[in-house]
Design a protein around this ligand. Sequence first.
Ligand code: AMP
Length: 541
Amino acid sequence: MADRELSYSKGVAEPALLESTISAALASTVARFPDREALVDCAAGRRWTYVELHRDVRKLATGLLRAGIGKGDRVGVWAPNRWEWTITQFATAEIGAILVNINPAYREYELEYALNKSGIRQVISAVEHRDADYAGMLAAVAPRCASVTDIVFMGSPRWDELADAEIDEAALAAIEQTLDRHDPINIQYTSGTTGSPKGATLTHRNILNNGYFVGTLMEYTHEDRICIPVPFYHCFGMVMGNLAAITHGAAMVIPAPGFDPAATLRAVQDERCTSLYGVPTMFIAELGLPNFEGYDLSSLRTGIMAGSPCPAEVMRQVVERMHMGDVGICYGMTETSPVSTQTRAGDTFDQRVNTVGPVGPHLEVKIIDPVTGETVPRGETGEFCTRGYSVMLGYWEDPEKTSEAIDSEQWMRTGDLATMDDDGFLRITGRMKDLVIRGGENIYPREIEEFLYTHTDIADAQVIGVPDHKYGEELMVWVKMRSGAPALTIEALRAFCEGKLARYKIPKYLRVVDDFPMTVTGKIRKMEMRQQAIAELEGNE
Ligand code: AMP
């Protein structure tokens, strides 16, 4: 019998990679489509053509230079989706400052870590969002962060001063000469398997091309209008949304600062959007609106669902009831800019529900035996690895973690389990890493466990994901109390986490135990904890 084909595939080499900086790519689109709409912020009631966007980006870029920010300096952005985020993204790119995305759901503990770890000099922040007092948290944390010398609140007189600076063409042209597409331009924190968040460091070339190819496979043109309810702090918003738009002359439409299903559908309707993004949970919320039928969604033709597997019924409804016949599925991770595989417009329903599509242009994918490292035959499960322009430079100032993730031949090991079929379509079948995905948010139990160890009464804590109808998974923590300490209640646990951990990371369920199920070598058996928890939760239903 002939050897079966191996689980390796390489994407097409066309069109060519963009070999420019983000600022040069924006300038070229501005030259091609000066008067097309570039950005709409529905909540703020503001809109920009490409020429207007470019002018405001260059004003802020000049303001940042005057404030002493230069190439390589880290500028943190902490805000939900609003126009200032987008302007800041492109203004920092204009002068080669490295944008550090700070999750709007972060609270003090996580904020302090990100500020210190990446040595942020300037923070551009919203004053508040929903019940989060960003100004208060920054005031509490900044004195402990030596690198932070400047905090600019969006909408404040200081913001106006920077954002309204008179454009210094000569200074911007001079700095452009010093920029290289291989320079780092963005840091995004992802928790990884080992507890503390790690700063995936991405170059112009990484993210510009990923946005460009996502848009190319979506067949975007300057006629497209992309509704972006997914967060800018993640690649889904700022790369697959913003950079896909600016490389094709399409419009970026921000429906609301935080996810709001009704505002999203209203934006699609009022702005005649052609493409809508979301994690499956968001589409479920939109489809579940009581007045769903009242929205005119006939302008939609496409969109992207990513982040976690899409249930077949949701896909069927998105195609039939939301008119998104060409909707695509993307798979990837922050460390790979993010997209590695993507379904195409002509792919079958089955391929869009059961696979995450084939490898993207200019990229390679292989499935390996995690123990031997050998590429497995097609159809067999192994670890998903990818290589190419999309792979990050590394984790910010963490060569050790970088070399655990990227091998000497530049293959990124994703920690996801997958199979590749005979047509080269990939299926994600599981995760090697200890990761919970709650409503599209990735939660690394280790990070929460480490936080809980700071509670004086807790001797040990183990966090697991349990199935949940609404969010896909919910968090449960098992704690062992220190001897003599009273048993913790769920209310006390939540109060302890409140304000310190992002709300989605606060466990829903608590179990106080004397011991955890262990292997003979002393490793905690999370699988067994999960099985016991599921049986218990089912018993309570
Ligand atoms: P992040 O770094 O936040 O983008 O999360 C990346 C992780 O999300 C991947 O390693 C996968 O475990 C998961 N993921 C992303 N996209 C998909 C998808 N389409 N289907 C299943 N899991 C996904």
